[in-house]
Design a protein around this ligand. Structure first.
Ligand SMILES: [Zn+2]
Length: 451
């Protein structure tokens, strides 16, 4: 570890020590509110157990599958049976007051020419119907993903067939005001219950590959809307859960690459820092992996907990060394201030499920138990992040095993890999992240082929 990194750790240790005493102990999960997080379902309707391994799914792009079974393959997007098994598992656990956040990406990873506007709408419609059938009395709050458009990533700044279709399909869950901004710009806000609202941000408008928004300072006026929405929520004494597809900050597996465009990342961070007292948590998807971030304010005090949830789809691109097992997540929150108390990560061991021809979804880990934490509020997440820097390595190894949702063979992460994971966890803006990784050069965010 370089002197510079040690310095960072020490500074952060100081920040942890200086943090005021934790606010109220928080309710035990038994007395907590709950919600589910599903993301990156990526249904591949072409998935079938063909004798020719190159023809199992369009999403393998001609590469031969090796472990194809009834619940999928690591080179393919989700067969419907996999998604259905995830929903059945959730259904067996869902409680009357639970709600669901669904952070986007329904269509498969296939070449643009294989899809169309109507096909994208059809996939979103099929998954919406499926969610409604499995959870008829549960409120669902969706967000748009970069694949929820045709051509992919090109989400526009004004109304179009897909935003309109989303508003129509999601009208059983959302109120008129929300449907209005959804059909206009792909974003909305809605009160979940007294005291807490969801703000669904269309982060694709800030995503590098979106050519529709290049050089725009405020695509679709979403920044102004977001700023106003957060201010009003604060005035009304409400708390906010930010839900969105593409996360803010830096990708944990790549050096110096923001998930959204750099300038938009800075802008969004400024808005979130300004209103951090109103925000009770951030929930993203897109990377398909399980990671956390801690938003620090200008004095390095932790102000927001940021969660990136792993995907339902197990797909990896042919060149990637590892993938993720299919995953769905349950959060527990304090009913008084809506702070996040815990997360329970459920997963399907895909290899095992295919061998047994049975989808045995299990609990992968309980975050507070796995890392010995009282809850997942920002100061405790910071304390964990600092602990992950320091020896022994067991806590970080556990964190990285969760990153891949306990993918077979437990890929290891040391040296550069570990440095990038840890820097992205704590440093969401360019200046601090750059200092943390010691990067000289500056790369613009570009989507990898997989995302
Ligand atoms: Zn995705």
């Amino acid at each position: 570890m370089t002197a510079q990194l040690v310095c960072f750790v020490l500074l952060l240790c100081a920040a942890v020590r200086l943090e005021a005493a934790p606010p109220g102990r928080g309710a035990e999960p038994g007395d907590a509110g709950r919600f589910w997080h599903i993301t990156d379902l990526h249904l591949d309707p072409t998935y079938h157990l063909a004798p020719d391994p190159t023809k199992v799914c369009f999403s393998s792009k001609g590469k031969p599958t090796t472990d194809a079974g009834p619940f999928g393959d690591f080179l393919c997007d989700s067969p419907y049976g996999l998604i259905q098994s995830a929903f059945m598992h959730m259904k067996s656990l869902v409680q009357p007051n639970d709600f669901i956040i669904w952070t986007g990406d329904s269509p498969p990873h296939v070449p643009v020419s294989e899809l169309s506007t109507s096909m994208v709408i059809e996939v979103i419609s099929n998954l919406t119907q499926s969610i409604r059938q499995h959870f008829p009395n549960v409120s669902v709050f969706p967000a748009m993903g970069n694949h929820d458009y045709w051509p992919q990533d090109q989400l526009p700044t004004s109304t179009n067939d897909i935003y309109k279709a989303a508003a129509r399909l999601w009208s059983p869950w959302l109120q008129d005001d929300a449907l209005k901004t959804l059909s206009r710009g792909g974003f909305y806000t809605q009160l979940v219950r007294a005291g807490v609202r969801v703000v669904s941000v269309n982060s694709i408008l800030y995503y590098g590959p979106d050519r529709a928004t290049v050089n725009m300072s405020d695509p679709a006026g979403q920044y102004e809307w977001l700023d106003d929405t957060l201010k009003k929520a604060g005035d009304d004494m409400e708390k906010v859960y930010i839900i969105s597809h593409v996360p803010l900050g830096f990708l944990p597996s790549l050096r110096n690459v923001t998930a959204i465009r750099d300038e938009h990342n800075e802008k969004l961070l400024n808005i979130f820092r300004r209103h951090s007292h109103v925000i009770a948590g951030h929930f993203y998807g897109h990377t398909h992996k399980d990671s956390i971030m801690v938003l620090l304010d200008s004095k390095d005090s932790p102000v927001n907990s940021v969660f990136v949830a792993p995907a339902v789809t197990p797909i990896r691109s042919f060149s990637e060394p590892y993938s993720n097992n299919p995953a769905v997540r349950l959060y527990f929150y304090d009913k008084r201030d809506f702070g996040i108390l815990d997360l329970w990560q459920y997963f399907l061991n895909l290899t095992e499920a295919n061998l047994e021809q049975r989808a045995n979804w299990k609990l992968e880990y309980i975050m507070t138990k796995a890392f010995g934490m009282p809850d997942l509020r920002p100061h405790n997440l910071l304390e964990l992040a600092v602990r992950l820097w320091l020896p022994p390595n067991a806590a970080f190894d556990a964190y990285f095993a969760h990153f891949t949702v306990s993918y077979d063979g437990r890929p290891s992460c040391q040296g550069e890999c570990k440095l990038l994971q840890l820097c992205s966890m704590l440093h969401l803006d360019q200046a601090r992240y750059g200092a943390c990784v010691g990067a000289q050069q500056h790369r613009h965010s570009l989507a990898s082929n997989l995302l």
